[in-house]
Ligand binder design. Structure first.
Ligand SMILES: *[C@@H]1O[C@H](CO)[C@@H](O)[C@H](O)[C@H]1NC(C)=O
Ligand SMILES: *[C@@H]1O[C@H](CO)[C@@H](O)[C@H](O)[C@H]1NC(C)=O
Ligand SMILES: *[C@@H]1O[C@H](CO)[C@@H](O)[C@H](O)[C@H]1NC(C)=O
Length: 288
């Protein structure tokens, strides 16, 4: 401000006394919001995404079954397993190619990605998207895939990752349905080191309150499953508990935007890319 005033004064040919008087205005709250600190010297995501993201074609990972759980696995370029992402899908499961491609992109960003089949081969059929199977029995499907059953699959996958697969640090991502389990497994002793979720479904305030490791959330403005009241309740829970967290709200973004959206809409396209980079940067900061 002072520099600007000096420059304007110089242009106008004003004398030094006038500039001096203007520059000494009274600040009613002197330095109240100022504090010492460092300026970042490098971006933590320098190595991220140099190879870009995968947006089309088929996935390139492999599938193996360990302890009765089918796992889709995407390896990073260096093939290392020590830093991994546990990918918890939406209701369309590992069978939806978007989920596998998003997992492949995370592998390109340097993470060993493990995506369990949360539904034992019984995800919501892709045809049900957009109400194309109007009679799809959602309630009946939910009864077949209880929280206890999904908890069991997630716990088994974490055990496999820490054991047989040699993983040292696990960040979990969860989209829609999977988001609830990111929160549940961030509770103390459940085995996650950090988490990210986009448009999570059905997470309770008790589950948000119980997290004990860093959590980042991508919310969409148009997602009725995470309305303003619910978002505020989550943030209040994090603040009460002094959690390490981040919440981003993307305008024009609907439920499901981070996995499948209308890329011809600039706001939705930005939201989807933003959610991906948000996840990668979060894990670069907290588990790498
Ligand atoms: C794509 O990959 C999936 C899973 O590996 C496989 O089941 C499917 O047949 C593949 N589709 C094509 C068109 O190659
Ligand atoms: C948000 O959703 C909750 C749960 O359905 C509801 O109780 C609350 O009134 C909603 N808030 C707004 C602002 O719509
Ligand atoms: C909040 O957490 C930070 C980071 O773990 C810690 O340094 C700080 O002391 C905590 N603050 C309170 C009030 O517990």
């Amino acid at each position: 401000m002072r520099v600007l005033i000096s420059a304007v004064a110089a242009v106008l040919g004003l004398n030094g006394a006038f500039v001096h008087a203007v520059a000494h205005y009274k600040d009613l709250a002197p330095l109240k919001f100022e504090h010492p600190g460092e300026l970042f010297s490098k971006l933590t995501s320098g190595a991220c995404c140099a190879e870009g993201v995968v947006t089309s074609g088929n996935s390139t990972g492999t599938t193996k079954t360990i302890d009765g759980v089918s796992l889709y696995i995407a390896e990073p370029p260096n093939k290392q397993t020590d830093v991994a992402i546990l990918y918890l899908t939406d209701i369309f499961g590992v069978q939806l190619v978007n989920n596998r491609l998003l997992g492949d992109s995370m592998a390109k960003a340097g993470y060993y990605v493990v995506m369990p089949d949360l539904f034992n081969g019984d995800p919501i059929p892709l045809d049900a998207m957009g109400g194309r199977i109007p009679a799809f029995d959602m309630a009946g499907w939910s009864r077949k895939h209880t929280t206890e059953m999904v908890d069991g699959i997630v716990a088994s996958t974490i055990k496999t990752m820490r054991g047989q697969l040699g993983v040292k640090k696990i960040g979990a991502v969860g989209y829609c349905f999977g988001g609830k389990y990111v929160a549940r497994f961030l509770a103390p002793g459940k085995g996650l080191d950090a988490g990210f979720t986009a448009h999570p479904s059905g997470v309770t305030v008790a589950e948000w309150s119980a997290i004990s490791a860093p959590l980042s959330i991508a919310f969409g403005e148009l997602d009725a499953a995470n309305n303003v009241t619910q978002r505020a309740a989550a943030e209040a829970a994090f603040q009460r508990g002094n959690k390490t967290y981040q919440t981003n709200l993307y305008s024009g973004a609907e439920h499901g935007f981070a996995v499948r959206t209308d890329l011809s809409d600039r706001r939705k396209k930005f939201a989807q890319e933003g959610a991906f980079f948000q996840a990668v940067r979060w894990f670069d900061a907290w588990i790498k």
